[in-house]
Design a protein around this ligand. Structure first.
Ligand code: SAM
Ligand code: SF4
Length: 332
Protein backbone atom coordinates (compact mmCIF):
# COMPACT_ATOMS: atom_id res chain seq x y z
CA UNK A 1 0.00 0.00 0.00
CA UNK A 2 1.45 3.44 -0.87
CA UNK A 3 1.99 5.84 1.99
CA UNK A 4 2.23 9.58 2.44
CA UNK A 5 5.27 10.46 4.55
CA UNK A 6 6.16 14.08 5.35
CA UNK A 7 9.67 15.60 5.57
CA UNK A 8 9.78 14.86 9.31
CA UNK A 9 9.10 11.17 8.81
CA UNK A 10 5.48 11.33 9.97
CA UNK A 11 3.10 9.07 8.08
CA UNK A 12 -0.02 10.98 7.07
CA UNK A 13 -2.92 8.55 7.17
CA UNK A 14 -5.74 10.67 8.56
CA UNK A 15 -7.69 13.35 6.73
CA UNK A 16 -10.40 15.64 8.00
CA UNK A 17 -12.75 16.91 5.37
CA UNK A 18 -14.76 20.04 6.05
CA UNK A 19 -17.82 19.76 3.82
CA UNK A 20 -19.29 23.19 4.53
CA UNK A 21 -18.28 26.34 6.39
CA UNK A 22 -21.91 26.98 7.33
CA UNK A 23 -23.49 26.14 10.64
CA UNK A 24 -26.82 26.31 12.42
CA UNK A 25 -25.05 27.35 15.67
CA UNK A 26 -22.87 30.37 16.43
CA UNK A 27 -20.64 29.11 19.26
CA UNK A 28 -18.96 32.05 20.94
CA UNK A 29 -15.40 30.66 20.67
CA UNK A 30 -15.82 29.58 17.06
CA UNK A 31 -17.75 32.20 15.13
CA UNK A 32 -18.94 35.75 15.37
CA UNK A 33 -22.70 36.13 15.23
CA UNK A 34 -22.59 37.82 11.88
CA UNK A 35 -20.52 35.54 9.63
CA UNK A 36 -19.91 35.80 5.91
CA UNK A 37 -19.95 32.34 4.36
CA UNK A 38 -18.58 31.15 1.06
CA UNK A 39 -20.85 31.47 -1.94
CA UNK A 40 -22.38 28.04 -2.59
CA UNK A 41 -20.94 27.99 -6.11
CA UNK A 42 -17.41 27.87 -4.66
CA UNK A 43 -18.04 24.55 -2.91
CA UNK A 44 -16.78 21.30 -4.31
CA UNK A 45 -19.62 18.99 -5.23
CA UNK A 46 -20.20 15.87 -3.17
CA UNK A 47 -18.85 13.82 -6.10
CA UNK A 48 -15.67 15.91 -6.09
CA UNK A 49 -15.28 15.51 -2.33
CA UNK A 50 -15.66 11.78 -2.79
CA UNK A 51 -13.02 11.77 -5.52
CA UNK A 52 -10.62 13.65 -3.26
CA UNK A 53 -11.30 11.46 -0.23
CA UNK A 54 -10.93 8.36 -2.38
CA UNK A 55 -7.61 9.59 -3.79
CA UNK A 56 -6.34 9.93 -0.22
CA UNK A 57 -7.53 6.41 0.60
CA UNK A 58 -5.56 5.22 -2.43
CA UNK A 59 -2.53 6.93 -0.88
CA UNK A 60 -2.81 5.10 2.43
CA UNK A 61 -5.36 7.16 4.36
CA UNK A 62 -6.90 4.96 7.05
CA UNK A 63 -9.19 7.42 8.76
CA UNK A 64 -11.52 10.09 7.42
CA UNK A 65 -13.40 12.49 9.65
CA UNK A 66 -16.19 14.54 8.12
CA UNK A 67 -16.51 17.93 9.75
CA UNK A 68 -17.41 21.55 9.06
CA UNK A 69 -19.03 24.03 9.89
CA UNK A 70 -21.85 21.71 10.71
CA UNK A 71 -21.40 18.80 8.30
CA UNK A 72 -24.91 17.44 8.73
CA UNK A 73 -26.53 20.65 7.45
CA UNK A 74 -25.00 20.19 4.00
CA UNK A 75 -27.65 19.08 1.53
CA UNK A 76 -27.57 15.37 0.64
CA UNK A 77 -24.53 14.82 2.86
CA UNK A 78 -25.45 11.17 3.43
CA UNK A 79 -24.51 10.59 -0.20
CA UNK A 80 -20.88 11.39 0.67
CA UNK A 81 -20.90 9.11 3.73
CA UNK A 82 -22.34 6.35 1.60
CA UNK A 83 -19.77 6.72 -1.17
CA UNK A 84 -16.77 7.03 1.15
CA UNK A 85 -18.15 4.14 3.19
CA UNK A 86 -17.43 1.81 0.27
CA UNK A 87 -13.72 1.93 1.18
CA UNK A 88 -14.43 0.47 4.64
CA UNK A 89 -14.13 -3.23 5.38
CA UNK A 90 -11.09 -4.15 3.34
CA UNK A 91 -10.99 -1.19 0.96
CA UNK A 92 -8.13 0.49 2.83
CA UNK A 93 -10.20 2.81 4.98
CA UNK A 94 -10.38 1.70 8.61
CA UNK A 95 -12.62 4.39 10.02
CA UNK A 96 -15.16 6.89 8.76
CA UNK A 97 -16.36 9.28 11.39
CA UNK A 98 -17.96 12.66 11.94
CA UNK A 99 -17.75 15.65 14.27
CA UNK A 100 -21.12 17.29 14.75
CA UNK A 101 -22.96 19.66 17.02
CA UNK A 102 -25.68 17.02 17.26
CA UNK A 103 -28.51 19.19 15.96
CA UNK A 104 -29.36 16.87 13.04
CA UNK A 105 -28.56 13.53 14.64
CA UNK A 106 -32.14 12.53 15.30
CA UNK A 107 -32.59 12.59 11.52
CA UNK A 108 -29.34 10.98 10.51
CA UNK A 109 -28.08 8.66 13.25
CA UNK A 110 -29.53 5.48 11.69
CA UNK A 111 -28.29 6.33 8.24
CA UNK A 112 -24.83 7.19 9.53
CA UNK A 113 -24.61 3.79 11.20
CA UNK A 114 -25.81 2.20 7.98
CA UNK A 115 -22.98 3.80 5.94
CA UNK A 116 -20.38 2.24 8.27
CA UNK A 117 -19.85 5.01 10.81
CA UNK A 118 -19.23 3.46 14.23
CA UNK A 119 -18.12 6.36 16.41
CA UNK A 120 -19.13 10.00 16.39
CA UNK A 121 -17.88 13.12 18.14
CA UNK A 122 -20.57 15.42 19.43
CA UNK A 123 -19.53 18.87 20.59
CA UNK A 124 -21.25 19.80 23.81
CA UNK A 125 -19.68 22.22 26.24
CA UNK A 126 -22.40 22.22 28.88
CA UNK A 127 -25.49 20.32 29.97
CA UNK A 128 -27.04 23.40 31.49
CA UNK A 129 -29.83 24.62 29.23
CA UNK A 130 -29.27 28.37 29.75
CA UNK A 131 -25.56 28.06 29.42
CA UNK A 132 -25.97 26.01 26.26
CA UNK A 133 -27.97 28.87 24.76
CA UNK A 134 -25.36 31.41 25.86
CA UNK A 135 -22.47 29.41 24.36
CA UNK A 136 -24.05 28.25 21.08
CA UNK A 137 -26.22 31.38 20.66
CA UNK A 138 -28.55 29.64 18.16
CA UNK A 139 -28.49 26.04 19.39
CA UNK A 140 -31.55 24.03 20.42
CA UNK A 141 -30.72 22.03 23.54
CA UNK A 142 -33.62 19.58 23.23
CA UNK A 143 -32.74 18.73 19.65
CA UNK A 144 -29.17 17.90 20.65
CA UNK A 145 -30.37 15.70 23.51
CA UNK A 146 -32.79 13.92 21.17
CA UNK A 147 -29.93 13.51 18.69
CA UNK A 148 -27.73 11.88 21.33
CA UNK A 149 -30.51 9.48 22.22
CA UNK A 150 -30.93 8.60 18.53
CA UNK A 151 -27.19 7.98 18.20
CA UNK A 152 -27.29 5.59 21.14
CA UNK A 153 -30.26 3.73 19.68
CA UNK A 154 -28.40 3.43 16.38
CA UNK A 155 -25.49 1.81 18.22
CA UNK A 156 -23.03 4.64 17.57
CA UNK A 157 -20.30 5.12 20.17
CA UNK A 158 -20.40 8.73 21.32
CA UNK A 159 -17.53 10.91 22.37
CA UNK A 160 -18.37 14.34 23.74
CA UNK A 161 -16.00 17.19 22.87
CA UNK A 162 -16.08 20.11 25.25
CA UNK A 163 -14.08 23.30 24.97
CA UNK A 164 -13.00 24.24 28.49
CA UNK A 165 -13.60 27.93 29.03
CA UNK A 166 -12.60 30.09 31.94
CA UNK A 167 -15.59 31.46 33.83
CA UNK A 168 -18.00 29.79 31.38
CA UNK A 169 -18.08 26.05 32.00
CA UNK A 170 -15.05 25.49 34.21
CA UNK A 171 -17.26 24.89 37.25
CA UNK A 172 -19.20 22.23 35.34
CA UNK A 173 -16.47 19.96 34.04
CA UNK A 174 -16.89 17.69 37.00
CA UNK A 175 -20.64 17.35 36.32
CA UNK A 176 -19.98 16.76 32.64
CA UNK A 177 -17.52 13.99 33.50
CA UNK A 178 -20.10 12.23 35.62
CA UNK A 179 -22.88 12.77 33.08
CA UNK A 180 -20.73 11.22 30.35
CA UNK A 181 -19.66 8.38 32.64
CA UNK A 182 -23.29 7.55 33.42
CA UNK A 183 -24.13 7.33 29.71
CA UNK A 184 -21.04 5.47 28.59
CA UNK A 185 -19.74 8.44 26.56
CA UNK A 186 -16.06 9.27 26.43
CA UNK A 187 -15.26 12.92 27.07
CA UNK A 188 -12.54 15.00 25.50
CA UNK A 189 -11.64 18.44 26.77
CA UNK A 190 -10.19 21.00 24.37
CA UNK A 191 -8.30 24.22 24.99
CA UNK A 192 -9.51 27.33 23.17
CA UNK A 193 -7.37 27.94 20.11
CA UNK A 194 -6.71 31.34 18.55
CA UNK A 195 -8.38 30.76 15.17
CA UNK A 196 -10.26 33.53 13.40
CA UNK A 197 -11.85 36.68 14.75
CA UNK A 198 -14.73 36.23 17.14
CA UNK A 199 -16.81 38.92 18.82
CA UNK A 200 -15.05 38.65 22.18
CA UNK A 201 -11.50 38.43 23.48
CA UNK A 202 -10.04 34.94 23.70
CA UNK A 203 -7.77 35.84 26.58
CA UNK A 204 -10.91 35.89 28.70
CA UNK A 205 -11.87 32.34 27.68
CA UNK A 206 -8.56 30.53 27.73
CA UNK A 207 -8.30 27.91 30.45
CA UNK A 208 -5.19 25.70 30.54
CA UNK A 209 -6.17 22.04 30.81
CA UNK A 210 -3.23 21.36 33.11
CA UNK A 211 -5.21 23.37 35.67
CA UNK A 212 -8.44 21.48 34.95
CA UNK A 213 -6.68 18.15 35.28
CA UNK A 214 -5.20 19.15 38.61
CA UNK A 215 -8.64 20.06 39.89
CA UNK A 216 -10.26 16.86 38.62
CA UNK A 217 -7.56 14.78 40.26
CA UNK A 218 -8.65 16.02 43.65
CA UNK A 219 -11.92 14.19 43.20
CA UNK A 220 -11.39 11.44 40.59
CA UNK A 221 -8.70 8.84 40.06
CA UNK A 222 -7.27 9.37 36.59
CA UNK A 223 -5.23 6.41 35.35
CA UNK A 224 -2.93 6.95 32.37
CA UNK A 225 -3.85 4.61 29.49
CA UNK A 226 -2.25 4.07 26.09
CA UNK A 227 -5.61 4.41 24.28
CA UNK A 228 -5.41 6.57 21.11
CA UNK A 229 -7.99 7.34 18.45
CA UNK A 230 -5.60 8.55 15.78
CA UNK A 231 -6.21 12.13 16.89
CA UNK A 232 -4.24 14.46 19.16
CA UNK A 233 -6.00 13.62 22.44
CA UNK A 234 -4.16 11.97 25.36
CA UNK A 235 -6.44 9.76 27.41
CA UNK A 236 -6.85 8.72 31.00
CA UNK A 237 -9.39 6.34 32.44
CA UNK A 238 -11.59 7.66 35.20
CA UNK A 239 -11.51 4.83 37.71
CA UNK A 240 -14.79 5.74 39.39
CA UNK A 241 -16.83 5.85 36.15
CA UNK A 242 -14.83 3.49 33.95
CA UNK A 243 -15.10 6.15 31.23
CA UNK A 244 -12.26 7.65 29.22
CA UNK A 245 -11.26 11.27 29.48
CA UNK A 246 -9.15 12.89 26.77
CA UNK A 247 -7.20 16.12 26.80
CA UNK A 248 -6.43 18.10 23.65
CA UNK A 249 -3.83 20.60 24.68
CA UNK A 250 -2.54 22.54 21.69
CA UNK A 251 -1.68 25.47 23.96
CA UNK A 252 -0.06 23.88 27.00
CA UNK A 253 1.49 20.88 25.29
CA UNK A 254 2.46 20.84 21.69
CA UNK A 255 1.26 17.62 20.06
CA UNK A 256 2.82 18.22 16.67
CA UNK A 257 5.55 15.57 16.91
CA UNK A 258 3.02 12.80 16.38
CA UNK A 259 0.82 14.64 13.86
CA UNK A 260 -0.59 12.25 11.27
CA UNK A 261 -3.26 14.41 9.66
CA UNK A 262 -4.12 17.07 7.14
CA UNK A 263 -7.31 19.03 6.58
CA UNK A 264 -9.26 19.62 3.44
CA UNK A 265 -11.76 22.46 3.13
CA UNK A 266 -15.01 22.40 1.19
CA UNK A 267 -13.36 24.40 -1.61
CA UNK A 268 -10.55 21.88 -2.06
CA UNK A 269 -7.83 23.69 -0.14
CA UNK A 270 -5.54 21.38 1.77
CA UNK A 271 -4.13 22.74 5.03
CA UNK A 272 -1.12 20.79 6.13
CA UNK A 273 -1.32 22.28 9.65
CA UNK A 274 -4.26 23.66 11.64
CA UNK A 275 -2.15 26.47 13.02
CA UNK A 276 -0.32 27.60 9.87
CA UNK A 277 -1.44 29.48 6.77
CA UNK A 278 0.41 27.44 4.17
CA UNK A 279 -2.01 25.49 1.99
CA UNK A 280 -2.27 23.69 -1.34
CA UNK A 281 -5.07 24.05 -3.85
CA UNK A 282 -6.36 20.64 -4.88
CA UNK A 283 -9.40 21.91 -6.75
CA UNK A 284 -7.47 22.91 -9.83
CA UNK A 285 -5.66 19.60 -10.33
CA UNK A 286 -8.91 17.81 -9.46
CA UNK A 287 -10.81 19.64 -12.18
CA UNK A 288 -8.00 19.72 -14.73
CA UNK A 289 -8.52 16.12 -15.83
CA UNK A 290 -10.71 13.12 -15.26
CA UNK A 291 -7.79 10.98 -14.18
CA UNK A 292 -6.18 11.43 -10.77
CA UNK A 293 -2.51 11.78 -11.82
CA UNK A 294 -2.36 15.59 -11.40
CA UNK A 295 -4.28 15.39 -8.16
CA UNK A 296 -1.98 12.74 -6.72
CA UNK A 297 1.09 14.73 -7.73
CA UNK A 298 -0.38 17.83 -6.02
CA UNK A 299 -1.08 15.83 -2.83
CA UNK A 300 2.51 14.52 -2.73
CA UNK A 301 3.85 18.02 -3.29
CA UNK A 302 1.66 19.37 -0.46
CA UNK A 303 2.70 16.67 2.03
CA UNK A 304 6.30 17.51 1.15
CA UNK A 305 5.60 20.97 2.58
CA UNK A 306 3.93 19.91 5.83
CA UNK A 307 5.44 22.14 8.53
CA UNK A 308 6.96 20.84 11.72
CA UNK A 309 4.29 22.39 13.94
CA UNK A 310 2.21 25.30 15.09
CA UNK A 311 2.98 28.03 17.53
CA UNK A 312 -0.16 29.11 19.34
CA UNK A 313 0.06 31.80 21.98
CA UNK A 314 -2.81 33.41 23.86
CA UNK A 315 -1.84 36.10 26.33
CA UNK A 316 -2.56 39.76 26.89
CA UNK A 317 0.16 40.98 24.57
CA UNK A 318 -0.69 38.42 21.95
CA UNK A 319 -4.44 38.20 21.63
CA UNK A 320 -4.71 38.19 17.85
CA UNK A 321 -5.71 34.98 16.07
CA UNK A 322 -2.71 32.84 15.04
CA UNK A 323 -4.40 32.38 11.68
CA UNK A 324 -7.25 34.43 10.24
CA UNK A 325 -9.50 31.54 9.22
CA UNK A 326 -12.05 30.18 11.64
CA UNK A 327 -12.10 26.62 12.95
CA UNK A 328 -15.32 26.20 10.97
CA UNK A 329 -13.31 26.52 7.74
CA UNK A 330 -10.74 23.85 8.51
CA UNK A 331 -13.03 21.88 10.75
CA UNK A 332 -11.32 21.35 14.10
N1 SAM B 1 -19.92 21.87 13.94
C1 SAM B 1 -19.26 20.67 14.36
C2 SAM B 1 -19.07 20.66 15.85
O1 SAM B 1 -19.24 21.69 16.50
O2 SAM B 1 -18.75 19.59 16.35
C3 SAM B 1 -17.94 20.40 13.67
C4 SAM B 1 -17.01 21.56 13.44
S1 SAM B 1 -16.40 22.36 14.89
C5 SAM B 1 -15.43 23.67 14.18
C6 SAM B 1 -15.20 21.18 15.47
C7 SAM B 1 -14.73 21.35 16.89
O3 SAM B 1 -13.94 22.51 16.98
C8 SAM B 1 -15.82 21.49 17.93
O4 SAM B 1 -15.63 20.51 18.92
C9 SAM B 1 -15.62 22.87 18.50
O5 SAM B 1 -15.94 22.91 19.85
C10 SAM B 1 -14.16 23.10 18.24
N2 SAM B 1 -13.75 24.51 18.13
C11 SAM B 1 -14.27 25.49 17.35
N3 SAM B 1 -13.58 26.63 17.50
C12 SAM B 1 -12.60 26.38 18.39
C13 SAM B 1 -11.53 27.16 18.95
N4 SAM B 1 -11.34 28.42 18.61
N5 SAM B 1 -10.72 26.54 19.83
C14 SAM B 1 -10.89 25.25 20.18
N6 SAM B 1 -11.84 24.46 19.68
C15 SAM B 1 -12.70 25.02 18.80
FE1 SF4 C 1 -20.87 25.55 14.50
FE2 SF4 C 1 -19.28 23.66 15.42
FE3 SF4 C 1 -18.41 26.20 15.21
FE4 SF4 C 1 -20.23 25.63 17.03
S1 SF4 C 1 -18.13 24.83 16.94
S2 SF4 C 1 -20.29 27.36 15.60
S3 SF4 C 1 -21.38 24.06 16.07
S4 SF4 C 1 -18.96 24.87 13.55
Amino acid sequence: MPQLVDPFGRTIDYIRISVTDRCDFRCVYCMSEDMTFLPKKDLLTLEELDRLGSAFVGLGTKKIRITGGEPLVRKNIMQLFRSLGRHLGGGGLEELTVTTNGSQLSRFADELADTGVRRINVSLDTIDRDRFKAITRWGNYDKVMEGLAAAERAGLAVKINAVAMKGVNEDEIDTLLKWCGDRGYDLTLIETMPLGDIDGDRTDQYLPLSLVRGRLQQKWTLDEIPYRTGGPARYVEVRETGGRLGFITPMTHNFCESCNRVRLTCTGTLYMCLGQDDAADLREPLRASEGDELLIAAIHEAIGRKPKGHDFVIDRRNNKPAVARHMSVTGG
